[in-house]
Design a protein around this ligand. Structure first.
Ligand SMILES: [Mn+2]
Length: 454
């Protein structure tokens, strides 16, 4: 059974935690996403703004969440008399029977109040009248300036009205703040309910990778394998992929963001699949690499086992207090020593390790935060060498995805060329170590070959 539910109380707690970090007499504005035109009068499948969704759980476009932080200097009696000293307010699309026949159901402001646990709700038709009143007389305004030019313009127009309305008793917030860093820090640490959803997203995605392995054989096309993956996602409740699936055979696997997925798969090639489901807004991000014909060649097996060994070494370092730099060092050392042993790197081994010589073929980062976004929010705290030094804490989820990419131009023996391998799992930091959320996507050569042998 998929976990797809987050309680209303958790959304309320998130809003309260954000309000608790805001100064007295401040207001935060968090807009929903808009629908995006695909062509003429058709739209892309709607994707809610992740910050808005994190705080509201509300699925519709064009809405606006307003959080008002009251005056902390109020006496206890004042606070008791006015429980609404901190308020969550939602503007959302008005009910409109005719529009709903064409575009789908709307919750409407009346039902939204109870369903989403809000103090006040308004239709968007009231936005122009009501929103300025919530911003008026506040000292600080929090929003994601620069994220949406139209929204910025609306807010600056309201600020102008308030500044020019001194005679009417208006005043505009004196300071503007970016709300994104606070939300990023909150989203970085996942709750139990979020982790249950992410485990389900991973299970669906793992099953999709199994399905792809069983389906693949020489002569199939990359898009046919992609179709199998998307079928598995959608038929299990994850209607969309969390990102464009990468299905790259042979040398296509050495193109990091290959999403054309149009070529025929050939006997003797490897197939790299980077695909994860989005479930209830949360992403899985899994990569597997396997032979099109079901059997690794000696060269493919040697490089594959090297990437796998480096991934296991990196995962083993993950625990509270560790960091990406430590995990990276572990992966780099395994890769560099292995490439040296295979004769792909030559020179003094200690020097090669010291200079991370594997980076010539392992050309991307080891991993990234994962959550509502596939490349999730949260500071990495890098040093001047771009080493990611932020200490891991329980509740953080990241990908660990070492790879090796040897394209046709590489200065190596012919037999190594055209091989791209990446292995990617999703790892949760626990109180004592880590939990690998990617439990059912086959990863060892024995597991993959046995599954593909049927
Ligand atoms: Mn990834």
């Amino acid at each position: 059974m998929n976990k797809t539910h987050i309680d209303l109380t958790e959304y309320q707690q998130r809003r309260n935690r954000l309000l608790a970090q805001m100064p007295a007499n401040s207001v935060a504005l968090i807009p929903a996403a808009k629908e995006v035109t695909r062509s003429r009068d058709t739209e892309f499948l709607f994707c809610q703004d992740k910050d808005f969704f994190y705080l509201s759980g509300f699925h519709e476009p064009d809405a606006l969440l307003v959080l008002v932080k009251g005056d902390a200097s109020d006496t206890a009696e004042q606070v008791a008399a006015n429980v609404d000293v901190n308020e969550s307010i939602l503007f959302c699309r008005d009910k409109d029977p005719q529009a709903e026949v064409w575009q789908g159901r709307r919750v409407g402001p009346e039902a939204a109040q109870d369903e989403y646990g809000l103090q006040h709700t308004y239709g968007l038709s009231e936005l122009e009248q009501v929103l300025p009143m919530y911003i008026n007389a506040q000292q600080s305004l929090f929003f994601a300036q620069g994220q949406d030019k139209t929204f910025d313009e609306m807010i600056f127009a309201i600020l102008d009205i308030l500044r020019n309305g001194v005679k009417q008793g208006f005043s505009a917030p004196a300071s503007l703040h970016d709300i994104r860093p606070m939300l990023a820090e909150m989203r970085l640490i996942k709750s139990d309910a979020e982790l249950d959803i992410m485990r389900s997203a991973n299970e669906i995605s793992g099953n999709a990778h199994q399905r792809a392995m069983k389906f693949t054989k020489p002569g199939k096309f990359e898009y046919q394998v992609e179709a199998e993956i998307l079928h598995e996602f959608a038929s299990n409740g994850a209607r969309t992929a969390a990102y464009g699936s990468i299905v790259g055979g042979g040398e296509n696997a050495t193109i990091l963001h290959y999403t054309d997925n149009q070529d025929v798969l050939l006997d003797g090639e490897l197939l790299l699949i980077d695909a994860g489901a989005e479930l209830c807004g949360y992403a899985a991000d899994i990569t597997r690499t396997f032979p099109v014909n079901g059997k690794f060649s000696d060269e493919q097996a040697a490089l594959y086992n090297l990437v796998l060994e480096s991934q296991l070494a990196a995962i083993a370092t993950i625990k509270p207090g560790s960091n990406f730099a430590i995990a990276n060092d572990a992966a780099n050392e395994v890769l560099t020593r292995g490439l040296h042993q295979l004769g792909i790197l030559s020179g003094d081994i200690d020097e090669l390790v010291a200079e991370n010589a594997c980076k010539q073929y392992f050309i991307h980062g080891l991993g990234h935060w994962l959550g509502l976004d596939v490349h999730d929010v949260g500071d990495y705290q890098m040093d001047e060498n771009r080493r990611q030094l932020r200490s891991f804490e329980p509740g953080m989820v990241m990908t660990i995805e070492p790879g090796l990419y040897i394209d046709a131009e590489a200065d190596v023996e012919e037999r190594w060329k055209g091989i791209g391998i990446r292995i990617e799992d999703n790892i949760l930091v626990t109180a004592n170590g880590h939990e690998n959320l990617t439990v059912n996507a086959p990863k060892t050569i024995a597991e993959i070959e046995s599954l593909m042998a049927g």
